[in-house]
Design a protein around this ligand. Structure first.
Ligand code: SAM
Length: 272
């Protein structure tokens, strides 16, 4: 395994262990297991009817969104490269009484690991930033969809991802395209939920992908864009200055900062 991806897997195994015994309540685990929907307002409002559709959830983490999609009637399969995340997701699905198939594999190996095609691919929040090659990711999505099937994708806007808050101001800090072999590296002592327990493997590697590369990659992979939306909110506090938005679990810029998109979502259909 590539050294960057191997380090990320150790990092995500740590995070999955902490998140699945969430001390901060940020994942609302008990509520979701009791039948509450974990989807945020953006994807809940945009995903549409998935009942009776076969669905692949890529980078499912501890499976709470997959469980919610199964609760909406999807015939769901979920994939993540972290064995700790998949173990927690399986346990949660069993406790929620949801019939979900879980597969542990790298996204790039998904077509071979799954051996099937689906009506829907669902990918959301904090996903492609962990992948070095966005065109290869788009090819994976194309390979996993049946003709007429669609991708629903929501994530941080690359323009926002290129900024950092420094001395109370947002400033361009990262290149808008991260080279495959030169990822951004981060060393963290704890995870983003606010859990005080330490990460054992704090080093991780990230890539920022241009919006045009994401859309062009999908077009090259045989998908047609139906719509692309940009949003002024995000389900994480990307910058310390961000304040809670009116939707539960979402954050926005404070009023003093000019508006710009913090996230985007799209729906793209596999051509027949
Ligand atoms: C921020 S989480 C995604 C959260 C997700 N939106 C959810 O439903 O909770 C990122 C996930 O990507 C997974 N991941 C990172 N790199 C991966 C890779 N190369 N292949 C498969 N999964 C990967 C991590 O294990 C982690 O569970």
């Amino acid at each position: 395994m590539d050294t960057f991806i191997a380090a990320n897997r150790l990092n995500w195994d740590d995070r999955a262990r902490l998140h699945s015994s969430d001390t901060t309540g940020s994942y609302r685990i008990e509520e979701v297991l009791a039948g509450s929907d974990s989807l945020h307002a953006i994807e809940a409002g945009e995903i549409g009817d998935v009942a009776g559709k076969t669905l692949i959830h890529l980078q499912c983490h501890i499976g709470l969104d997959t469980i919610s999609l199964a609760g909406r009637g999807a015939i769901a399969t979920s994939l993540d490269f972290s064995p700790e995340a998949i173990a927690a997701a399986r346990d949660f699905a069993r406790r929620a009484g949801r019939d979900v198939s879980f597969v542990q594999a790298d996204v790039y190996d998904a077509p071979a690991a799954l051996g099937e095609t689906y009506d829907v691919a669902f990918v959301s929040w904090g996903t492609v930033t962990w992948l070095p090659d966005i065109f290869r990711w788009a090819g994976v999505v194309g390979a996993l969809l049946k003709p007429g099937g669609f991708l629903y994708f929501a994530d941080t806007h690359p323009c926002a991802a290129a900024l950092e808050q420094i001395d109370g101001r947002l400033v361009p800090h990262y290149q808008w395209r991260t080279p495959k072999d030169g990822p951004l590296s981060f060393d963290e002592t704890s995870t983003y939920t606010g859990d005080a327990r330490p990460l054992t493997h704090g080093r991780s590697y990230n890539w920022i992908h241009a919006l045009s590369d994401i859309v062009s990659g999908l077009a090259e992979a045989g998908l047609t864009l139906e719509w692309l939306h940009e949003h002024e909110r995000l389900p994480s506090r990307l910058f310390p200055m961000m304040v809670p938005a009116k939707e539960r679990g979402m954050f926005r810029l404070p009023d003093r900062v000019p508006r710009f998109p913090l996230s985007f979502s799209l729906r793209a259909v596999k051509r027949t």
